[in-house]
Design a protein around this ligand. Structure first.
Ligand code: SF4
Length: 449
């Protein structure tokens, strides 16, 4: 038996689910094809010759790649078993005029996927959440491309080979715009700590100098995740880490920040989304604009950097919000850290979103972005969104500083302000580490539409 696993897009790291499925199947029976590294034509040829296929649709970018691939699928192969899995699986299906015969699973464990491909007669209930709690964590990274093929983290002018692991899946929170929340609905499952530690050590043995914890929120189960982190830091004190957590969790667990720092966590990715309290309330983010500065100061005081992510363009955005964001970036000494694309991201509202879709805030469904269009209060906003997207897209090899200067000019001019008014840093970031590939929490950039 041979199974083809096609990973569409995983934000630049190794496809974690592929490693977990490989561990559940007989050695050598899983072929992994990563579309982030493979031309579409090669993937089309591979999917049309395979009899058992697992295709991922983790978030919008991955779902768009999957859609391109499915458009070239040979429909005259009734024997082929196709499983489409990921948070966007059913959203992708709904966006297709003629969806192929497949199992569309918004979430499934590796063991469930392995059972389905080994015993195709076993039925699955797409989209029905299974029980959560503790779960085994088995990985086999042998069929994957090496760590040096994936994103690296640059710290102090050194590009560090970067690994990836997860102490948990799902999220306790229910931010209304979040695709994780739409599927997990406030639940999590904990990966076996000893197995995660063993995976981290194996990646370090394979050359990892930095490890990214990809839990949707690392502080969902802090005792558990910190056990993994502190053990790895003790066994490999030369390795640095990054984690992702909410602004409100940084505030709530402020007493744990010194442990993060002592364990060589270099930076914390946090979904700020907006600095407009009205927007934050609509998204039910659980933090205010004032909380963001407090969280930043707490992190910096402990010597840990902050990597904020944003969803600046929403139905409730005002023109002044963009000024607030670029000012915050300057004041926080984050110009070198925040990827230019972050300033142009628009709220995604797929059909399964927890956000109430009303006609005041949202327009018709747009299959090209697999969601409802945003209705803006100010007609200048979509023009500014497109301009910022264009600046980010054409940045190429330009430094973040160069592109940021153009973004500030565009934002200030659109608000009738002079770019001379730009403020100066109020605080110093403890580190200017950057990833070689941008990271999006619950969002994905979309070209102007
Ligand atoms: S935005 Fe982050 S914290 Fe909120 S539900 Fe999604 S993963 Fe959890």
């Amino acid at each position: 038996m041979s199974v083809l696993f096609i990973s569409t897009y995983e934000l630049g790291h190794q496809p974690q689910l592929a490693a977990e499925v490989a561990a559940e199947l007989p050695e050598g029976s899983l072929e992994v094809l990563d579309m982030a590294k493979t031309p579409l034509s090669v993937a089309i040829e591979a999917i049309n010759r395979a009899s058992r296929v697992i295709l991922t649709a983790p978030m919008l970018t991955g779902a768009l790649v999957a859609r391109d691939l499915l458009a070239s699928l040979d429909h005259d192969q009734p024997e082929r078993q196709l499983i489409v899995v990921g948070l966007y699986a059913t959203v992708l299906k709904e966006s297709l005029q003629d969806p192929p015969a497949a199992l569309w699973l918004n979430r499934a464990t590796a063991a469930e996927l392995a059972t389905l491909v080994q015993h195709p007669s076993v039925s699955a209930q797409p989209g029905i959440p299974k029980a959560t709690g503790r779960r085994a964590y088995r990985v086999n990274r042998t069929p994957l491309m090496g760590l040096d093929s994936y994103r690296s983290v640059r710290i102090a002018n050194q590009d560090l080979v970067t690994g990836y692991l997860e102490t948990s899946v799902g999220c306790r929170h229910r931010c209304l715009h979040c695709p994780v929340a739409a599927i997990w609905n406030g639940r999590i499952a904990i990966n076996d700590a000893e197995a995660v530690i063993a995976d981290g050590l194996a990646q370090i043995e394979a050359g990892a100098q930095h490890l990214s914890f990809g839990d949707p929120d690392f502080l969902n189960a802090p005792k558990h995740s910190l056990k993994v982190l502190t053990t790895l830091a003790q066994k490999a004190p030369w390795v640095t880490f990054d984690i992702t957590t909410k602004i409100s969790e940084i505030l709530r667990h402020r007493d744990l920040l010194s442990t993060l720092a002592a364990s060589h966590v270099n930076f914390v990715i946090s979904a700020v989304e907006s600095l407009n309290d009205d927007v934050l309330a609509h998204l039910d983010k659980g933090h205010t604009a004032a909380d963001v500065s407090v969280a930043r100061d707490l992190l910096y005081a402990n010597g840990v950097a902050m990597h904020p992510t944003f969803v600046p363009f929403t139905p409730w955005t005002t023109m002044g919000d963009l000024v607030d964001i670029v000012d915050f970036i300057v004041e926080s000494d984050l110009v070198q850290v925040v990827e230019p694309i972050q300033y142009s991201i628009e709220l995604l509202t797929p059909t399964n979103s927890l956000l109430p879709v009303n006609e005041t805030d949202f327009g018709p469904y747009d299959a090209s972005v697999m969601g409802y269009t945003v209705r803006y209060q100010d007609e200048r906003l979509p023009r500014l969104r497109d301009r910022l997207y264009q600046l980010a897209a054409q940045a190429g090899e330009d430094s973040f500083e160069t592109t940021f200067a153009q973004i500030v000019t565009a934002v200030y001019e659109a608000n009738g302000l002079s770019a001379q008014c730009v403020r100066t840093p109020k605080v110093s970031a403890p580190s200017t580490a950057v990833m070689s590939e941008p990271w999006f929490c619950c969002a994905a950039p979309a070209a102007p539409h």
